[in-house]
Design a protein around this ligand. Sequence first.
Ligand code: NAD
Length: 238
Amino acid sequence: MENLEKPKTWVQESKRIVFFGGAGVSTESGIPDFRSVDGLYNQKFDYPPETIISHSFFLKNPEYFFRFYREKMLPLGFSPNITHKKLAQWEEVGKLTAVITQNIDGLHQKAGSHRVLELHGSVLRNYCMKCHKSYSAEYVKNSQGICRCDCGGIIKPDVVLYEESLDSQVLEKSIYAIAQCDLLIVGGTSLTVYPAAGLLRYYPGHRLVLINRDETPYDNQADLVLHESLGKVFEQLP
Ligand code: NAD
């Protein structure tokens, strides 16, 4: 394990920490990420995951979409880990202004965080495309075939599919939080999914810490890079 004196001091000194994370934040809770060796992209399906979880595929082949979605993308019954919990504590003591996440699992809120900006939506919200009635994730999980509303309309999970754009308000709030923060910690993301990955460029400071098991295209732009597991680092931070 590398020397953590620098990030420990930075966390102690900071008053407006922003954490920007991805699927790697939840792997230690048991939810697989997309791109690691044992991640979703290395499993065999009839189509690549990007195709199945795209807007056009959802409309063209909803039955297949829901089969894949229920089996692989609906992480219910998992608990927050040390990283989720410590971020919630920082918020509680007034040190952290936002968690910006690409995850759709709701684990930051489950850990107690309120200031969560969900760039890619959440599996916990689901709406009928016809009458807009809302449904729980459990309803979607337990449904069969195409998930339908009482009115007959198709229920769409409130997650951002490929070909769909991000919520502009969430994006604006994320940019604002990053532009104002005094410490930006980026973790558990391959930084390959856009426009989310592009948010890093709004950080004007010199305390950008990147914690990721694998290398990322942004390693050379960070002030400190830790190729470690998030849990190992976070359990040692104040
Ligand atoms: P990704 O799968 O592309 O990359 C995850 C990165 O995290 C990898 O580089 C890996 O090395 C690293 N990592 C994995 N476990 C780690 C750990 N314990 N400590 C440190 N690093 C770790 O994930 P992404 O960049 O978030 O992009 C994938 C997209 O998939 C996102 O848009 C997200 O919406 C979605 N997704 C979400 C979930 C979830 O909600 N939990 C799970 C899978 C995918």
